[in-house]
Design a protein around this ligand. Structure first.
Ligand SMILES: Cc1cc2nc3c(=O)[nH]c(=O)nc-3n(C[C@H](O)[C@H](O)[C@H](O)COP(=O)(O)O)c2cc1C
Length: 354
């Protein structure tokens, strides 16, 4: 059933962005948005950080913050779902309104501030779900936490047994001080401590780092070196931006992180630069402004092994993952490449210098 595709999407847009998001989660929970036919496996399969992804299109963090609907998401044709960001303690986040649709710009601004139900609520749900499909867990720190790194250590210990991979998110702009953990010294300490926490855990899921798009060349180089030295398994590029490219929607001056179409070129350029800075040695997930199959293809060319989407779904609906998957398999056939992995990085120089 495609209720949300045909009539539901315009209907959802009658509500403010956060209410619409809550309704979408409820619809997914109740089965109102039915599963999509599976995408053809084989050519779309990607191997990255020891996992085999049925297709490279994932749901980005922030949509299913509390791990309420990962299996319904996988049923929509996503190759993987990332839940979170989850912090140790439940927290309310910033006052509403704090999420804005910039329809004219096909963008979103949010300053949610890690509103979530905390580790234990998400853990219970993850423990109860069938252990099939790739579900990553994105972990963060509470706003009032004195030792933020300790929050990440606890996240690793709590979710290691129930996550296909773990993402250390140090790039949300809405928690004061969080992005400072991307600075060389702080990042070295963070990655060492979360690496040790993973060693102590029973299971050893891949560890990913999610970075901001608002980094200059020197900061990118620093992160690349630290990531390589720490043996981090993958990097997600990127989170939302605090920059403001030209926008025209009425809410364009709202504070927070900008995502969607206006983020595409900035995040793709940073992705390509990071691919080059790590000499293609670290698998990357490209995220930011993907709203079509051709945009996803460009992310692969720029250096991504996998991609994720969020804001694109706000405008294109819940079948976007499937549409992207179909496009990628057609494009792969036309391109003469054998696998999607062969496409990764083929346009990195072009994008990095764009
Ligand atoms: C409403 C909203 C909430 C988000 N919350 C999170 C979050 O909790 N953790 C995180 O790592 N990223 C979060 N993000 C960022 C997305 O995961 C993604 O990196 C970013 O939106 C760029 O992708 P897009 O242009 O496809 O939306 C959020 C994005 C939006 C729009």
């Amino acid at each position: 059933m495609s209720v949300l595709n045909k009539t539901g999407m315009p209907l959802l847009r009658l509500f403010d962005a956060e209410t619409a998001h809550g309704l979408a989660i409820t619809a997914l929970k109740s089965g109102l948005i039915g599963a999509s036919p599976a995408l053809p496996g084989g050519p779309l399969e990607v191997e990255a950080f020891g996992l085999t992804f049925p297709n490279p299109v994932g749901l980005a963090a922030g949509f299913d913050k509390d791990a309420e609907v990962p299996d319904a998401i996988l049923g929509l044709g996503f190759g993987f779902a990332e839940v979170g960001t989850i912090t140790p303690l439940a927290q309310a986040g910033n006052p509403r309104p704090r999420m804005f649709r910039l329809t004219e710009d096909r963008a979103v601004i949010n300053r949610l501030g890690f509103n979530n139900q905390g580790h234990q609520a998400a853990l219970k749900r993850l423990q109860a779900r069938p252990r099939s499909g790739i579900v990553g867990v994105n972990i963060g720190a509470n706003k009032d936490s004195v030792d933020k790194i300790a929050d990440y250590e606890l996240g690793v210990k709590t979710f290691a047994n129930f996550a296909s991979y773990l993402t250390v998110n140090v790039s949300s702009p809405n928690t004061p001080g969080l992005r400072g953990l991307q600075d060389r010294g702080a990042l070295e300490e963070l990655l060492e401590r979360v690496g040790d926490a993973r060693k102590e855990a029973e299971a050893c899921p891949p560890l990913l780092l999610k970075i901001a798009p608002d980094l200059d060349d020197e900061a990118l180089q620093d992160i690349a070196e630290v990531v390589l030295k720490a043996g981090i398994d993958g990097v997600i590029v990127s989170n939302t931006t605090i920059a403001r490219p030209p926008l025209s929607a009425p809410d364009k001056d709202e504070q927070g992180g900008l995502s969607g179409a206006p983020l595409f070129s900035l995040s793709t350029k940073i992705l390509a630069k990071f691919h080059r800075a790590t000499a293609g040695k670290v698998p990357l997930i490209g995220v930011g402004g993907i709203e079509s199959g051709s945009a996803a293809w460009e992310k692969l060319r720029a250096g991504a092994s996998l991609v994720q989407i969020y804001s694109g779904m706000v405008y294109e609906g819940p079948r976007l993952a499937q549409q992207i998957g179909h496009h990628l398999s057609q494009q792969l056939e036309r391109s003469g490449f054998d696998t999607l992995s062969d496409v990764t990085g083929t346009g990195a120089k072009e994008w990095a210098e764009a």
